[in-house]
Design a protein around this ligand. Structure first.
Ligand code: NAD
Length: 249
């Protein structure tokens, strides 16, 4: 009997951590991937284990192919089989108009936010197509409301990376549908996480909350609930879709 394994990239904090904790509570063996700050990834693992769940923290920069390969080799050695993937790792740089963006920044955003999703999807699909007797698996790509809004004068590079993710989700979902692998996306709006500090505006969610139809920002757990639902058999006929998680925005 093989246990279902779920990989969540960038799961040391924020939406990834909340998703890892919820998947573990629902019975998956969870891989808490992190790139730096192993303390917070280990804290997520400890929290999961304290509640009787199973998890392991594995370091890998998912924008680098060799590290993705070793991450999946590590997973192959575990007593279980990969059933779920959440591509969640992402970066956001300080607000800037497009004319001031450097090639270095653009390339970093694209490799972290887009290349990593391609690489992890590729390795996951190779395994999901045969795991559990060919019964398939499920992938959720974390996009952003920015993919449709464009984020002018703020983060057009980030928004464009999320637009690429949306197209990856659509195209890949069609490529692998016959293998019973479902690929969906979520588009969070303004969620309370540290990414806004990295984006140079720690209080962004509070500043904009009253402009949202629901008059408030979202919590990581509210995104995690949608992701875990899309990954579950309760969403068994859904593929190539995007859920808007933006309080009506
Ligand atoms: P976060 O910054 O807390 O989480 C992102 C995580 O990704 C961090 O733990 C970071 O270390 C990790 N990461 C970055 N580069 C990595 C790499 N190369 N390899 C492995 N891990 C890496 O922010 P969050 O808000 O929880 O973001 C999670 C996802 O949600 C991101 O894809 C983000 O774009 C998306 N999102 C967030 C919001 C929001 O308002 N917070 C809105 C829309 C979309």
């Amino acid at each position: 009997m093989h246990h279902p394994i779920a990989l969540v990239t960038g799961a040391g904090r924020g939406i990834g951590a909340a998703t890892a904790e919820l998947l573990a509570a629902q019975g998956d063996f969870v891989i808490v991937n992190y790139v730096k700050d192993d303390k917070s990834a280990n804290d997520v693992v400890k929290k999961i284990q304290a509640k009787g769940g199973n998890a392991v923290a594995i370091q890998a920069d998912v924008s680098i192919e060799a590290q993705v390969m070793s991450l999946f080799q590590h997973i192959d050695a575990l007593p279980g089989q990969l059933k779920k993937l959440v591509n969640n790792a992402g970066i956001l740089f300080a607000q800037s108009p497009v004319v001031e963006l450097t090639a270095d920044r653009i390339n970093q955003v694209l490799s972290t936010n887009v290349t990593s999703y391609f690489l992890c999807c590729k390795e996951a699909i190779k395994r999901m197509s045969t795991n559990f007797g060919g019964s398939g698996g499920a992938i959720v790509n974390v996009s952003s409301a920015a993919s449709r809004l464009g984020a002018p004068n703020e983060y057009v590079d980030y928004a464009a990376s999320k637009g690429a993710i949306d197209t990856l989700t659509k195209g890949l979902s069609l490529e692998v549908a016959a293998q019973n692998i479902r690929v969906n996306g979520v588009r969070p709006g303004l969620i309370y996480t540290d990414i806004h500090r990295d984006g140079g505006e720690p209080d962004r969610v509070d500043r904009l909350a009253s402009s949202l139809p629901m008059q408030r920002g979202g919590q990581p757990i509210e995104v995690a609930q949608a992701i875990t639902w899309l990954l579950s058999d309760n969403a068994s006929y859904i593929t190539g879709s995007h859920l808007e998680l933006a309080g009506g925005r």
